[in-house]
Write a protein that binds this ligand. Sequence first.
Ligand SMILES: [Fe+2]
Length: 306
Amino acid sequence: MLPNRWNLPDLGFGVGLRSVHYDYILENFPPVDWFEVISENYLSQGGYSFYALEKIRERYPIVTHGVSLSIGSTDPLNFTYLERLKRLADLMDTPWVSDHICWTGVNGRNTHDLLPILYTEETLGHIVKRIRTIQDFLGRRVVLENVSTYVEFAASTMPEWEFIARMAEDADCGLLLDVNNVFVSAFNHNFDAKEFIDAIPADRICQYHLAGHTHKGTHIIDTHSDHVVEGVWELYRYAYSRSGGRATLLEWDEDIPSFEVVHAEALKARAYRDNAHAEGAGSGSAIVSTQKSEQQLLHAFANEYD
Ligand SMILES: [Fe+2]
């Protein structure tokens, strides 16, 4: 087990903050470890959303997670956006600032999609330079997430995992490993998810993401609309056995159930983490014992809410 190289905190098991849960959280202050917020929803620092966030910030650690950095775009960096992001990060005292390894638009147009990158030396040099600039500007560690993809460039000269590992080393940035995204892309592009995870420098992983997806038979869509599937939990346990204690976050963005259901899903991760600690990667008996402790954990969780 390796600590991350900057000793950034393991915040425990968090939930992505969504507006449908504001009232519940503000009335009940549930026993969740931390929240991740979509940065763009709070940049204006106004309205009920920001009021709710400020109240929540008084009780819980907050990490900002952006969707507009567009690190892979050829457009110049948007310093107006970065200034607003810095202000929000400072206000929330977020331990790191995260976004995605993708591009979202070009020529000033935002597609609002996390688009795949061409994995070449030229792209690598371009992105590394931009990450270094952003990290200096924000004065915080930038932590970047692998995305789910459905198409890839035939002109890529290296696999995604090699690109991410080299990018992190050359830019000296952190990584947010979304194990559901690894699972989704592995199925869509027919690669070995564990080979991906093995290539990622564990000491640069600062955070994990977990989420549900929609299996369409021929491909998987990263919908964040359901419970986490067993294969993703197993991949999380595998990744965790390499990295040890890292902040873990459950994302649920469509067909969002009650807060208790989302939080219970996040807490299942604890059982897989404990199992990774106890047995190490690759044990065939891991899943059986994990399921037992997961049940125990859910009972404990129910008691916490009583
Ligand atoms: Fe994610």
